[in-house]
Design a protein around this ligand. Structure first.
Ligand SMILES: C[S@@+](CC[C@H](N)C(=O)[O-])C[C@H]1O[C@@H](n2cnc3c(N)ncnc32)[C@H](O)[C@@H]1O
Ligand SMILES: [Zn+2]
Length: 359
């Protein structure tokens, strides 16, 4: 971690400043140290270069499941590097910037990937946008093992923390993305509000959330696998058993999945440019399918939301210019209030207008 990250870090418990006690940095990286809250005195370690700022224990089953999933990926049991969920990571990130994040009306360099998993998307963001400082945050330590992969991207910062207790000052980020994460917490809406609170005025927020089955037939089929075929208990299985069951299941249903690829998935994503299934061999498609199904079963919570519901969450947090691609991505820009423009005091005015809305 670099010392510059301290500008935006805050105690995940009380929100106050954190003071750093660290051993001398190695090439600008702080590898070992302690962060201490100036107010509540709680301390958080920096280990192997990553500040460990998680609090609470409510997510242990989900985080253990995802940690195992990312270990399996690292051990090449799923897709190859650069391909995740059958998507080309670099192409998806380029699409996100073109469509959702690019013209944020904010000069803040900080961007957050909340629930980054291995951090591959965050690393791609940092590589494609060297002018940004990208924070990759996950509740697991999955990004640790991938941190070495970011050696070529000096503008990535890894943090282990819970999106329900984000260790950042409010409105520190000009761009926040949270891809496939918030619906895995005990309360998607609360998680959304916590992520949204980190976005500056004029900043952009993009989330990918599981669609409501009534609005998305493909998602509905996918949920049937979790809820019916695996009886809703996939997340309770030991990680390796889940892995082998998914492999068997995928093998048995391979002809159906291949038909799905050509008939449903290809036309659906044709315009997007980031799903490049044509470039994958049969075995790569098989691995993609096992990964996607494993990912479906891993988390304890998997809530599904309608487009209108998500739109209302954005609006309630003061976001405008709302858009969705109808495939699970939703994005918007935090409205810059007139008072903020006049006073040049963005954060104060924004909290004023939030208060005004509350009463
Ligand atoms: C479906 S994966 C998506 C990962 C990544 N965004 C990507 O696109 O590859 C969900 C991720 O959310 C993380 N996660 C779940 N609950 C979280 C929480 N409360 N705070 C932070 N991360 C969380 C999991 O550890 C997991 O890595
Ligand atoms: Zn504190």
């Amino acid at each position: 971690v670099k010392a510059s990250l301290l500008d935006i870090l805050a105690c995940p418990l009380c929100g106050r400043d954190l003071a750093l006690r660290a051993e001398p940095s190695v090439k600008g990286e702080i590898v070992t140290g302690i962060l201490e809250c100036a107010s509540c005195r709680k301390t958080f370690p920096i280990e192997r270069g990553v500040p460990r700022l998680s609090v609470g224990r409510e997510l242990t089953r989900t985080s253990r499941g995802f940690a195992a999933q990312w270990r399996l990926r690292r051990n090449r049991r799923f897709e190859r590097a650069g391909v995740l969920y059958g998507q080309d990571v670099a192409a998806l990130v380029a699409w996100l910037f073109q469509t959702c994040l690019g013209d944020a009306d904010s000069t803040l360099p900080w961007m957050l990937d909340a629930g980054c998993g291995t951090g591959e998307k965050a690393i791609a963001c940092a590589r494609q946008h060297p002018d940004l400082q990208v924070v990759a945050m996950d509740i697991t330590d999955a990004c640790d093992v991938w941190a070495t992969a970011s050696a070529g991207a000096p503008n990535v910062h890894f943090v282990q923390a819970d999106v329900m207790h984000p260790p950042f000052k409010p409105r520190s980020f000009g761009r926040v993305m949270s891809w496939g994460v918030l619906h895995h917490t005990p309360n998607t809406r609360t998680a959304f509000e916590r992520a949204a609170s980190l976005v500056s005025d004029g900043g952009r927020l993009v989330v990918w959330l599981y669609p409501d089955p009534r609005e998305d037939a493909l998602a509905a089929a996918y949920y049937r696998v979790r809820d019916r075929h695996f009886l809703g208990i996939g997340h309770k299985l030991p990680n390796l058993l889940r892995f082998w069951l998914v492999r068997l299941y995928t093998m048995a249903l391979a002809p159906i999945f291949l038909r799905y690829f050509t008939r449903v998935i290809k036309p659906r994503y044709r315009a997007s440019g980031y799903v490049r299934l044509d470039n994958l061999t049969f075995f790569e498609k098989y691995n993609t399918m096992t990964f996607i199904l494993y990912d479906n079963l891993t988390p304890e919570f998997q809530f599904r939301h309608t487009r209108d519901e998500v739109k209302q969450w954005f609006e309630a947090q003061g976001f405008g210019s709302l858009q969705t691609d109808g495939l699970g991505h939703h994005w918007g820009q935090r409205v810059r209030s007139a008072a903020a423009l006049n006073r040049g005091d963005a954060s104060q005015a924004a909290s004023d207008s939030e208060l005004a809305r509350a009463f």
